[in-house]
Design a binder for this molecule. Structure first.
Ligand code: ATP
Ligand code: MG
Length: 459
């Protein structure tokens, strides 16, 4: 039987343990948005939590146990129950060390930002907002709990978490919090790459990625989290551009059209598409800045960067591919050129078009007509391809019987299979009735006088 939140509460209550709803779920509830994860805090130690949950016959996860967290499946979702923490980050370590706290107040005081430091008592409904988090939430402010620089020194990941919240929530950094981030940004170097990459990845997928990226730059965190991008701010361009390379990249991230399934790929590709520009910038004979081959150099730099970030091999390769191809400009009227363009993109032509359109959003010229034409040409080629892969004979059995004036029989199936194979092999275009008649005639004898009109027979 599936465990419910009521069962959980009741089990903790009757065992004499506190249980508090904490963290992001409360923040999200106040914002009126759906929360993907629910976190509880308790005074029970991890062993006791595990024992209690196993006693309920619940599905339990102990992967986070050494950090004080036991996972449990409730209503089909994983919920985390974490023993109160006390203040105890050993500075300089790659992963924070955990010590347990005695009260919910102590636990809340070690949370990083006011908007994540609420608690609601699961037994009594008591609401705790000790640091003015509700007011900050209403005002759209990211403010550290306690002395910001101290908190960032304890765990520099908080710098990136705060900036990630800027992107996810569209909030701004409270000035003292931002200043402390600048002061401690160099400590990002002490973090494990896995933690840094996790935050950057979420930052890029937020609702206000431009604000998050700008916060990354203004706090100086960019130079430590993504030093490969340090040459972009201040890299001026030419009359085709409204911004420097950084401003243009941020604008492209903001502008790119996304769907849930393409969000990650497209945002990363938008951020990195001009990564090669600072390295290749040169004066052209007319005195303007040129960026010859920046897409090729950029693809190489992006590949090295993504390898270092360990973003995942398949996704990295797709991002690099989009960077490499973002200057491609086939003639939409040239069928072969369009097909070669699509083949190079291995199924990602829609992602590349989204990138090209977003890239153009901060250019000083409008390329929309070209992009529309290219998109239509690609869609057409894809439809043809799909039809070829369906390998439908352009002529139905009825067509053949009517066309050749023969009684139905096994010959109909033989000819249809042959026509299907010709379509699949590319020897016959999908729906090419004339070509199909010619092929059938070569097998069967003379061509009949009048071919039936397209659509005249039901099959
Ligand atoms: P989300 O789940 O949307 O990423 P979150 O704020 O819930 O955001 P979690 O990683 O789920 O983040 O952490 C749960 C809670 O634990 C946070 O709300 C915060 O109160 C606290 N927390 C997480 N990481 C830290 C940290 N590095 N320092 C201090 N408190 C933290
Ligand atoms: Mg959470």
């Amino acid at each position: 039987m599936a465990l419910t939140h009521d069962d959980l509460r009741e089990a903790f209550r009757s065992a004499g343990y506190q249980l508090w709803l904490v963290g992001g779920a409360l923040r999200d509830r106040l914002l009126g948005i759906a929360s993907k994860d629910i976190d509880y805090a308790t005074d029970a130690l991890p062993d006791a939590v595990e024992e209690l949950l196993r006693g309920l016959g619940a599905e339990v996860s102990t992967v986070g146990k050494r950090f004080g967290t036991i996972g449990v499946r409730i209503d089909g979702e994983w919920v985390e129950i974490t023993t109160f923490r006390g203040d105890s980050y050993a500075g300089g370590t790659r992963w924070p060390e955990v010590r347990f706290g005695r009260s919910i107040e102590e636990d809340l005081a070690r949370r990083d930002f006011t908007i994540t430091a609420f608690a609601e008592n699961a037994h009594t409904g008591e609401w705790l907002d000790l640091f003015g988090g509700e007011a900050d939430l209403r005002a759209g402010i990211i403010r550290a709990v306690g002395d910001p620089a101290t908190r960032f020194r304890e765990d520099p990941l908080r710098i990136l978490r705060g900036i990630r919240f800027v992107s996810q929530l569209g909030f701004r950094l409270e000035p003292a919090t931002g200043a402390a981030m600048r002061e401690t940004a160099h400590l990002i170097d002490t973090l494990s790459q896995e933690r840094i990459t996790g935050e950057l990845d979420r930052l890029l997928q937020g609702a206000a990625p431009g604000a998050g990226l700008e916060a990354l730059r203004t706090t100086g965190a960019l130079a430590f989290a993504l030093p490969e991008l340090a040459g972009m701010p201040g890299c001026e361009q030419n009359r085709f551009h409204r911004f420097d390379v950084w401003g243009h990249s941020v604008a492209t991230v903001e502008a790119i059209a996304v769907t849930p399934g393409t969000l990650r790929l497209r945002r990363w590709a938008a951020l990195l598409h001009d990564l090669g520009k600072p390295a290749v910038r040169h004066r052209k004979p007319n005195g303007e800045w040129g960026f010859y081959r920046h897409e090729t150099v950029g693809a190489e730099l992006a590949e090295a960067l993504l390898e270092r970030l360990r973003l995942g091999r398949a996704e990295s390769q797709r991002i690099v591919l989009l960077v490499r191809r973002h200057m491609d400009r086939p003639d939409p009227a040239d069928r072969r050129a369009v097909r070669r363009f699509m083949a190079k993109l291995g199924g990602h032509w829609r992602d590349l078009l989204a990138l090209k359109r977003a890239d153009n959003a901060s250019h000083t010229y409008d390329d929309t007509a070209y992009h529309d034409a290219l998109e239509a040409a690609c869609a057409r080629a894809e439809a043809e391809e799909a039809a070829a892969l369906r390998a439908e004979s352009p002529l139905s059995g009825d067509d053949l019987v009517e066309l050749f004036g023969r009684p139905p029989g096994p010959w109909v199936g033989v000819i249809k299979r042959e026509l299907s194979r010709a379509v699949l092999d590319g020897d016959l275009a999908p729906g090419d009735r004339e070509g199909a008649i010619a092929l059938a005639r070569a097998k069967l004898g003379p061509r009949p006088s009048a071919p039936p009109q397209p659509g005249s027979s039901p099959r």
